[in-house]
Structure formats: structure tokens, C-alpha cells
Design a protein around this ligand. Structure first.
Ligand SMILES: Nc1nc2c(c(=O)[nH]1)N[C@H]1C(S)=C(S)[C@@H](COP(=O)(O)O)O[C@H]1N2
Ligand SMILES: [Mo]
Length: 298
């Protein structure tokens, strides 16, 4: 992947009066413009969701299954001295402090539209760096095909893991080419502030063209492997959740339509908007799946 993702948008520039369409939306508009009413474009503009909404309506089952539970209970997670183990098919395996992991990397401001499988969506101004940057530091070996991720599993700090809602620790995975894509980021902040515990402090994955559950929080382990990794949600329900989980409005979840999404925040003005293929990043990522039947590889 030759290009690096650049987003010069500053969140202070993004106001309802000053609607800025990014590359993604211009591309989306170019293909779908004919059928899109102008207010759809406005609805999909990059007005970020309010910090209060981003940090109070969450999924983080280690702290309970209610959307308000993470904000209530995640303060007990101890993030001081956080370390991430990198192992498997790498030249430089080891346990890295956050500082070692991020040494020399610049935090770029990016605004990612982030959408969850429950059919709600937010626009989150994530701060972070490309996952590729730390994979390059680790030195990925030539036989590696996948990247597996693991969340901390601390019953003393995470009241939710005392219940077997999932097979803990929470685990996720990406194909290596997905992991190396410049849109795939490790987030350490929101709105330029350190990422709050309920959003996955101190470091979490963000894969903007996939459903929310792929974006695993509070990561303690990254493993390079040649086999498709275990993923918590396809383990819990393989019919409903596949390994790929690319945002795809044409393939419904068995229990709900995935054609539209409800925007979080905005009170009275909250609305449903059409969901875009690959969450609007089709131009950037469709080539990763050429020749694959995306109704089959869900
Ligand atoms: N460790 C862990 N990571 C997780 C989850 C979780 O329960 N545990 N939930 C996932 C789901 S279903 C979603 S929708 C997003 C929610 O991220 P947010 O709360 O920052 O919006 O986190 C994902 N990452
Ligand atoms: Mo989700």
C-alpha cells in the first residue's frame, strides 16, 4: 500500500454552518449523487458526534451489556503501565510499553465515521496512528497471513467478565492486508484527549469500513499468524457474525436490516441515514475483496 492516509480536517472547522465533504463523501456523491437527496449528503457530512454522546453510549461487554454500563463501570480499569505483547510470526516479539510502541509515531487527526452493527452510528474524531506502523516495528515474517488481537481479561477490574456473555478474553482478527491498510488505525485518543476507558483505553483498534465489534478495545496482545484467528462474535454466533464483517447495506443481519443507520446525538434531529457500502470507504478498500462473494464471506 503506497499511500498514507492524510486528513487535514480539524474538528474546529467542522460545524453545521461549514459543512465539509471529505474525499470519501465526494466519491460517494459521485456514484450515488443522482439518487441522493441533498439532505442525505448533509446528514452524512462530517459533523462529529458530541464528546458526551461518544463517551456515554458504548459497547464494552467486559463492563456489562447495557449501553450505559461502560461509562458507569469502566473507571475501574487500570491503564497505568499498560503493555502490549506482540508475538507469533514476527522478528521482534516482546512486551512493549505504550511508549515503546508509539516512539517516533505522530498522532494524526482523523475523523472516522464509526458505525455499529446495532444500526447506530457516530462520527468520532479519533487520534492515533496506523496499525501498520507498529506491525513494521515488530517485523512481520513472510508466512504471516492474519493478525489476532486480544483485550485484557481482568475480573477484578472488569465486572462483566464474571459472566460468560462471551468466551473471554474478547478477541478479534484481521487479514494481514486489512491490517496493513492505511485506514486501519490504533486509536489512543478522541477529540485530542486520551481515549476514555469506556471507549477502549489506552489503545484500541479502529477499522472504519467494518462493523463496530471488529474494533477491539483495550488491547494487550497482538499475534501474527498463518491461520484465521478466533473471533469472539463469530464464536458466539457464527450465523450472525462472520470473520469479515464489512459494512454492507445489501446484506442484512439475520435479525435486522443493515440498509440504514440511526445517528447518535442531535436530539430531535437524530435521524436514519442510508448506510454506505464499506461505510463509505469503497474506493479505498473494495479492491481487498475482489473476487470474494460478500454475501457468503460476511
Ligand atoms: N474488548 C471489547 N472490545 C469491543 C467491544 C467489547 O464488548 N469488548 N464491543 C465492540 C462493539 S460491539 C462496538 S459497537 C464497539 C463500540 O465502540 P465505542 O463504545 O467506542 O463506540 O466496540 C467494540 N469493541
Ligand atoms: Mo457493535
Amino acid at each position: 500500500m503506497a499511500f498514507r492516509w492524510k486528513n487535514n480536517l480539524k474538528y474546529e472547522n467542522v460545524t453545521p454552518e461549514n459543512i465539509w465533504l471529505n474525499r470519501r463523501q465526494i466519491l460517494a456523491g459521485a456514484t450515488a449523487g443522482a439518487i441522493m437527496a441533498p439532505n442525505f449528503l448533509a446528514a452524512q457530512s462530517l459533523e462529529p458526534t458530541a464528546y458526551e454522546d461518544i463517551t456515554s453510549y458504548n459497547n464494552f461487554y467486559e463492563f456489562g451489556t447495557g449501553k450505559g454500563d461502560p461509562a458507569k463501570y469502566a473507571h475501574t480499569l487500570v491503564t497505568d503501565g499498560w503493555e502490549v505483547k506482540i508475538d507469533g510470526m514476527v522478528d521482534n516479539p516482546g512486551t512493549y510499553s505504550l511508549q515503546q510502541l508509539t516512539e517516533g509515531l505522530t498522532e494524526e487527526e482523523r475523523i472516522y465515521r464509526f458505525r455499529c452493527v446495532e444500526a447506530w452510528s457516530m462520527i468520532v474524531p479519533w487520534n492515533g496512528f496506523e496499525l501498520k506502523d507498529i506491525l513494521d516495528k515488530a517485523g512481520v515474517q513472510s508466512g504471516a497471513k492474519y493478525v489476532a488481537f486480544e483485550t485484557a481479561n481482568r475480573p477484578d477490574e472488569m465486572p462483566g467478565v464474571r459472566f460468560r456473555t462471551l468466551d473471554w478474553p474478547y478477541r478479534e482478527g484481521l487479514r494481514l492486508d486489512e491490517a496493513m491498510h492505511p485506514l486501519t488505525m490504533m486509536a489512543t485518543g478522541i477529540y485530542g484527549k486520551p481515549i476514555p476507558n469506556q471507549n477502549g483505553a489506552p489503545i484500541r483498534l479502529v477499522v472504519p469500513w467494518k462493523y463496530g465489534f471488529k474494533s477491539i478495545k483495550s488491547i494487550v496482545r497482538i499475534t501474527l499468524t498463518d491461520e484465521q484467528p478466533f473471533t469472539s462474535w463469530s464464536d458466539a454466533n457464527a450465523r450472525e457474525y462472520g470473520f469479515y464483517s464489512n459494512v454492507n447495506p445489501n446484506v442484512d443481519h439475520p435479525r435486522w436490516s443493515q440498509a440504514t443507520e440511526r445517528t447518535i446525538g442531535g436530539g430531535l434531529f437524530a435521524k436514519r441515514i442510508p448506510t454506505l457500502m464499506f461505510n463509505g470507504y469503497e474506493a479505498e478498500v473494495a479492491s481487498l475483496y475482489e473476487g470474494m462473494d460478500l454475501a457468503k464471506f460476511i
